[in-house]
Design a protein around this ligand. Structure first.
Ligand SMILES: [Zn+2]
Ligand SMILES: [Zn+2]
Length: 347
């Protein structure tokens, strides 16, 4: 790395506390052994960014948000092959250690020493970011900027679909078709499954139908939802809204022999009836982020096949200056598409 080549400071969106987001100039990140410096080209936003912004999830220190990141390698740290210079990359922002007992069991998602971009180390809403080289995935130049910026959330849904162990030819239901739900629906369709949706917002239902979903209804009634699931022979139900009411709906409406997969992060308690669960052979699984390296590898393969364009769920690209406005619009439910920030003059 030639220090003369880079500016001393960069523009970044730093969250100091709930609703205290400041655009300011900060020092470029230090580049440790085994890391690459990435010039950020685009960052997609999701519900996690919003939860940190509102204070629903607390941060221990001032933090640069943004964890759905694509860019280009502009410097390599000690011990990194210089061949990686100029690689176009997507960043895997949950950095598992690879050696703890959980990592050795293939459970990198719950690694005891996990570092997370935009939670424990600075994120991508900045002109540059440093990441371990194994977590900067080289991607083809043919991927659109929006597809490249949505590889991370796609890995989340790829992992969920893998956790569900779906039989070929099955129909699955998505409950809550916001950013994650829509991405899960289009990814499942790309993998050859039939998808139905429960979602109260008519615009989101329309977006789901336009994306190839077989049927989309609005209901919060367990009886109605049960009938809907039976009608389409749904065996897998993905809770993607992350609120108690939809989680409860999944538990109460699941038809016999079905599996519920929880992706949403509801902190409120829900209840279930053990007798109903045993008699109807029901099952609940959780799905947390993804495992290194399998899920990013599978995601890149699916996008490269041309069958999935996750960037189709994003809206009009916006400059970094608009990030707070976008977070507020997300909070108000005023956005029809996943927000995406782009940086000027990508290298
Ligand atoms: Zn995200
Ligand atoms: Zn570990």
């Amino acid at each position: 790395m030639n220090p003369d080549y880079f500016p001393a400071t960069m523009q970044a969106a730093v969250l100091y506390g709930p609703r205290d987001l400041r655009l300011e100039r900060v020092n470029l990140p230090d580049l440790a052994a085994g890391e690459v410096l990435v010039k950020v080209e685009a960052v997609a936003l999701c519900g996690s960014d919003l939860h940190f912004y509102t204070g629903e999830r607390a941060l221990k220190e001032p933090m640069v948000l943004g964890h759905e990141i694509t860019g280009r390698v502009v410097a390599t740290g000690p011990d990194v092959a210089v061949e990686r210079l100029n690689d176009r990359v997507a960043i895997e922002p949950n950095i598992s250690c690879g050696v703890c007992n959980r990592c050795l069991r293939g459970l990198g998602r719950i690694c005891q020493h996990k570092q997370s971009v935009a939670i424990t180390r600075w994120g991508g809403l900045a002109e540059y970011i440093a990441v371990p080289t194994d977590f900067a995935w080289t991607i083809p130049e043919t991927f659109s900027l929006a597809d490249a910026a949505t590889i991370e959330p796609t890995a989340v849904v790829i992992h969920a679909l893998r956790q569900a162990q779906i039989k070929p030819g099955s129909t699955l239901a998505v409950v809550g078709c916001g950013g994650v739900g829509l991405l899960l629906a289009i990814t499942a369709i790309a993998q050859g499954y039939r998808v139905v949706v429960i979602e109260p917002n008519p615009k989101r239902r329309q977006a789901a139908l336009s994306a190839g979903v077989t049927q989309a209804i609005a209901t919060r009634d367990a009886g109605e939802a049960h009938t809907f699931f039976e009608q389409f022979d749904v065996q897998y139900i993905f809770e993607c809204a992350g609120i108690a009411v939809t989680t409860q709906l999944c538990l109460d409406a699941a038809p016999s022999g079905s599996r519920i997969i929880l992706l949403g992060l509801s902190a409120e308690n829900v209840t279930f009836n053990p007798l109903r669960f045993v008699r109807n052979d029901l099952e609940v699984r959780s799905s947390l982020i993804y495992d290194h390296p399998v899920d990013f590898a599978a995601t890149l393969e699916l996008i490269a096949s041309g069958r999935l364009k996750p960037g189709s769920t994003t809206g009009q690209p916006q400059p970094l200056e608009n990030v707070e406005m976008l977070l507020q619009a997300m909070e108000e439910g005023a956005l029809d598409a996943k927000p995406i920030i782009i940086f000027p003059n990508p290298t």
